[in-house]
Structures are given as structure tokens and as C-alpha cells.
Design a protein around this ligand. Structure first.
Ligand code: FES
Length: 352
């Protein structure tokens, strides 16, 4: 099960005016716990004035081949008024210790032969950088087309790292950068990447039907547009993986269903179970957390997927879900932070 450990900061690198990369040292006795698949993320925690603040950040470094990692690197973009990102930018320094949750997330690509592509916006490059660099280094029969969009060259995270990859793998990495607020050299597209532009651009870049896996990552608007463009081009849903980094307030998909007057949640967590009454209006995660503070979560907003649990029995309704793929919900997984009971008894398993 995901758990927190204290890791020391080994480097703080400024990437752009509003983003940094933090490198964390993994001591040898924690190496196995911090083993990760390219594309996974870490939740970082800060407890300040009695408040538990958690944010998830994707690992951007390539995954080591066979060995456990000795370092982890994450990209952190400053969010206006963001409690954790402001702290990361202004206060975190070399040698500090951070509380870091073991890697989680299913937006992943273990190296395998094939043709892959990604459409990313802004900090959405972070997990894809780990995916591409691991894939190209380890799998000579793999190729990747990376389409990235940002506002300006100066605001683009990991510009040099991506350029280095392009130099190292000129035949296997195709790179297209689209800047929305800056004129580019002739021939390169500029402006916002929307569904219409992607529908025209993608077939001109690569044989869309022969791509084995598509990775979409970034703000809600871009990921949605890219997903609709791919669907319009006939790409099967099973080949499309998505991770949303930012959901605007108001992008709700609230489904209403009658709630029972009294309901009880039974949860299994780290091998131990318990049953507790659900208070009016609270999420199942909050019920469990009141009794088991070790229950896993990070965003509490239906975006990161850290609170995923298997619904063993009963029925729930989820307020919103930007984290689980259709196959996962069909298989019976729910986001505990977004779930409310529809039946009097609900049973969750966080260990599955
Ligand atoms: S805690 Fe992030 S989706 Fe529930």
C-alpha cells in the first residue's frame, strides 16, 4: 500500500520562471518501495498549522533498468496561490526533508517495442519525459512522436532535456512544439491546439492507425480536445491513456442519486478492516480517514487516482472522475474521495 517516507532534497533546479525540478535521494533500504514505472507520480505532503496539504507531482526522470532508484526527480510548476507549489518554490532547499508517498498512478508505459505518441500541454510533459526517455533508452524497436504545446519557449518546462533526447535519438523521436503565444519559425504551427487543429495535424505527422499507444497529459481542455480528435480519426479507446493535471472549477460531472438515511462503510486497508457510519454528505474517503488516518489520498478532487479502491459490495455514486479509465470503473474500481453511498452498506477494498 502507498505510504509516506521522509526523503532528502538533493537538488533544486530552476527550469523556467515558474517551475522547478526537485531531486530527492532514496536511501538504499527504501529503494524497493520507490521502484516506479515511467509515468507514475509521487504525492508530497506538508503539514502546516495543523493542515495536511498534499499534491501529486509526476516523476520526470527515466526509470532505472532492473535496479531500484537511488534518486527521484519531479517537476513542480508554480500555481497562483498554490499552497504546496509556493512552498516548493520559495522555501524548499538543498538538504531539506520532504514527506513523499511511494509511487502511484496508471498513466504508464513499461518499455515495449512499438510506435507511440503523446500530446501534452504545459507541465503535462513531466510524466511523458520519463516515459519517452526510458522507452528510447531501453527499447531499440520503439519510436515516439511527441507533440507538446506551451505558451512561449521561455515558459516551456524541460526544453533542454527534450532537445537532448531529440539529438540522441533523431530517427526514433519525432518532436513537434506548438507555442500558443509566440510566433515561430516558418513551417512550425503556432496558436492553441484544439480538436480541429489536431484532427488536421495528426494524420500529416504520423500514420495514426498504426500507433500502439497514445498518451494525453495536461489541462482538462487540451486532453478532452485531443481525445475527441483521436476518436474522430477512428482510434480505439483502449489505445488512449490520459492524465489530467488541472481541472477548472465548475468542470463538474455531478450525478445525483438518492442517499440512504443511514449507511455504513466497511473498508479493508493494509490488511486490516473496519466498519464505520457515514456522516451526512461526507465522502467515503473522509469516513475512512476519520478512523484510519493512513488511508491513501492526495488531491481529494477526483484527479490523481491515489484513493482508488475496489467496490466489493453495495453501490456508490461518484461526484466526478478524471482519474479512472472506463475499464477500471467497469471492473469495479471507484475513487473513494468522490464516492457517496447509494446503499445502506458499502464495502471497499483499498488493497486490491
Ligand atoms: S485523492 Fe485524488 S482522486 Fe481521490
Amino acid at each position: 500500500m502507498a505510504r509516506f517516507h521522509r526523503l532528502r532534497v538533493a537538488a533544486v533546479d530552476r527550469l523556467t520562471d515558474d517551475s522547478v525540478a526537485l531531486t530527492l535521494t532514496v536511501p538504499p533500504h527504501l529503494g524497493e518501495e520507490f521502484r516506479y514505472v515511467p509515468g507514475q507520480h509521487l504525492a508530497l505532503r506538508r503539514v502546516a498549522d495543523g493542515e495536511d496539504i498534499r499534491r501529486t507531482y509526476s516523476i520526470c526522470s527515466p526509470a532505472p533498468d532492473g535496479e531500484a532508484p537511488s534518486t527521484l526527480r519531479v517537476g513542480v510548476r508554480l500555481v497562483d496561490g498554490g499552497a504546496f507549489s509556493t512552498y516548493a518554490h520559495k522555501e524548499i532547499g538543498l538538504g531539506d526533508e520532504l514527506e513523499v508517498m511511494t509511487p502511484a498512478g496508471r498513466f504508464t508505459l513499461p518499455p515495449a517495442p512499438g510506435r507511440y505518441a503523446a500530446i501534452v500541454g504545459g507541465s503535462g510533459i513531466t510524466p511523458v519525459l520519463s516515459i519517452v526517455s526510458t522507452l528510447l533508452a531501453r527499447e531499440p524497436r520503439a519510436s515516439f512522436c511527441l507533440i507538446r504545446s506551451d505558451r512561449t519557449a521561455a515558459s516551456t518546462m524541460f526544453l533542454e532535456e527534450v532537445a537532448d533526447l531529440k539529438d540522441r535519438y533523431p530517427d526514433r523521436l519525432q518532436l513537434v512544439t506548438v507555442l500558443s503565444r509566440e510566433e515561430q519559425q516558418a513551417g512550425l504551427p503556432s496558436g492553441r491546439l484544439d480538436r480541429e487543429r489536431l484532427t488536421a495535424l495528426l494524420p500529416a505527422l504520423l500514420p495514426v492507425e498504426r500507433v500502439d499507444g497514445w498518451f494525453l497529459c495536461g489541462p482538462y481542455g487540451l486532453v478532452g480536445d485531443a481525445e475527441r480528435a483521436l476518436r474522430g480519426l477512428g482510434v480505439a479507446r483502449s489505445r488512449v491513456h490520459q492524465e489530467i493535471f488541472h481541472v477548472d472549477a465548475g468542470t463538474e460531472t455531478v450525478v445525483t442519486a438518492p442517499a440512504p438515511a443511514h449507511s455504513t462503510v466497511t473498508a479493508r486497508l493494509d490488511g486490516r478492516g473496519g466498519s464505520w457510519p457515514v456522516r451526512d454528505g461526507e465522502s467515503l474517503l473522509d469516513t475512512v480517514l476519520r478512523n484510519r488516518p493512513d488511508a491513501p489520498y492526495a488531491c481529494k478532487g477526483g484527479v490523481c487516482g491515489t484513493c482508488r479502491a475496489f467496490l466489493v459490495s453495495g453501490e456508490v455514486r461518484m461526484d466526478r472522475n478524471f482519474a479512472l479509465e472506463t475499464e477500471e470503473t467497469e471492473a469495479g474500481y471507484v475513487l473513494a474521495c468522490q464516492s457517496h453511498p447509494v446503499t445502506e452498506r458499502v464495502e471497499l477494498d483499498f488493497d486490491r
